[in-house]
Design a protein around this ligand. Structure first.
Ligand code: CP3
Length: 345
């Protein structure tokens, strides 16, 4: 199906665009009254398991906000269920796991993911969406480190004490777990592209918790493999981390046509760190959406001006939309980006 609006894909390939493309991480979520109403009746995973409903939730922000891409409504935990990880998504907490993985026996009990057989609703949703959307659809997966942190800690953490101490204390268990998670992520990403996803984002959200040498030793080999084993798909891959400014050159080395950056590093500096050969996505602090319009608009324009004239900027937040966000603010940001951004005018 021909896309009416492909400026997001053009920017991923660093081709000229008429307007800077914009979309928002967590553009479907609790800041929307419609989403909150649906969540009274269904859990998040129930929405994911009903393709028509899930497609509706995915498409809603595209129509409401005028963004240039859709992101599949799902969660990074979804592929872990069939691999043998018993998780729950606890409201206002995040993923919680009944049987955290801490030993080699735990790792060896994990099963290889068979995405189409075990998660048919994910791919049915993608097939529905590519029929009906006129903007590209982004599929996604968590990065192996980020998934490992939930699987080892059993719940969200600020310190990553269990994750890092397992890494240092039992590198054999760590590497075995990272191998299994990388296999699962590669299969899940490949199946999403096969179902029609136009681009893929790897959310290595928590990898910024590592110092450079630990990233190089414990994570980089898996990220390199992940990108090598999805390169033939021919769809742009966005490689995203939070608080990972110090890791940008190595994330770039691992792979991805687009590097996603949070707000902690000025976007032009981040681009210097990754070099010219990739596109860049970001990087407005989501809290600025709670600021008065004149403050917000100045920051949006500052970001656009800082990278003006460079091909391959995709406007986004530095992390997900916060539940307290007014949808009208997001709509205005889309308008401002479309008014001022673009490199052929
Ligand atoms: O619109 C979109 O961005 C697509 C949907 C999406 C969700 N999760 C739905 C969701 C995406 C891309 C994710 C990825 C995800 N999930 C990440 C990586 C991105 C990031 O935020 O760094 C992570 C770390 C998770 C794990 C997770 N799931 C967390 C930390 C939470 C928040 C817990 C809370 O209640 O605040 C979830 C639950 C979750 N996944 C929500 C949504 C919209 C929250 C709303 C709800 O419970 O209905």
């Amino acid at each position: 199906m021909a896309l009416k609006n492909d400026r997001f894909l053009k920017a991923c390939r660093r081709e000229p665009v008429d307007r800077t493309p914009v979309w928002f991480m967590r553009q479907a979520g609790r800041y929307q009254a419609e989403y909150r109403a649906l969540r009274e009746r269904y859990t998040l995973l129930e929405i994911c398991r009903r393709p028509e409903l899930c497609a509706r939730v995915t498409a809603l922000p595209v129509r409401q906000l005028g963004v240039d891409a859709a992101i599949l409504f799902s969660d990074i935990m979804v592929p872990l269920g069939p691999m043998g990880i018993d998780y729950e998504l606890k409201e206002n907490v995040g993923p919680v796991i009944a049987n955290p993985i801490r030993s080699l026996e735990d790792v060896e009990a994990l099963r290889p993911l068979e995405p189409e057989a075990e998660l048919p609703y994910v791919f049915d949703t993608i097939r529905l969406l590519v029929q009906e959307l006129d903007v590209p659809l982004i599929g996604f997966a968590g990065g192996p480190f980020t998934l490992a942190s939930y699987v080892i800690e059993g719940r969200p953490t600020r310190t990553f004490v269990e994750t890092k101490s397992l890494m240092y204390r039992a590198p054999d268990v760590w590497h075995a777990l990272m191998e299994r998670l990388t296999d699962g992520v590669v299969r899940h990403l490949r199946a999403q592209a096969a179902a029609g996803a136009h681009a893929l984002q790897v959310f290595d959200s928590w990898v910024g918790a590592l110092e450079v040498r630990d990233y190089q030793q414990y994570v980089l080999p898996y990220m390199r493999r992940l990108f090598a084993e999805t390169a033939d798909l021919g769809v742009p891959r966005i490689h995203f981390g939070v608080g990972a400014g110090h890791l940008l050159p190595w994330m770039r080395e691992a792979g991805g046509e687009v590097i996603g950056v949070d707000w902690r590093v000025p976007l032009a500096d981040a681009w210097e760190r990754v070099g010219d050969g990739v596109a860049v996505q970001g990087n407005l602090d989501p809290v600025l959406l709670l600021a008065p319009d004149h403050v917000l608009k100045a920051r949006v324009e500052e970001i656009l001006d800082s990278v003006r004239g460079r091909r391959g900027h995709i406007f986004n937040l530095g992390h997900g939309v916060l539940p307290a966000t007014d949808p009208d603010k997001l709509k205005r940001v889309v308008e401002w980006v479309h008014q001022r951004g673009g490199d052929t005018r």
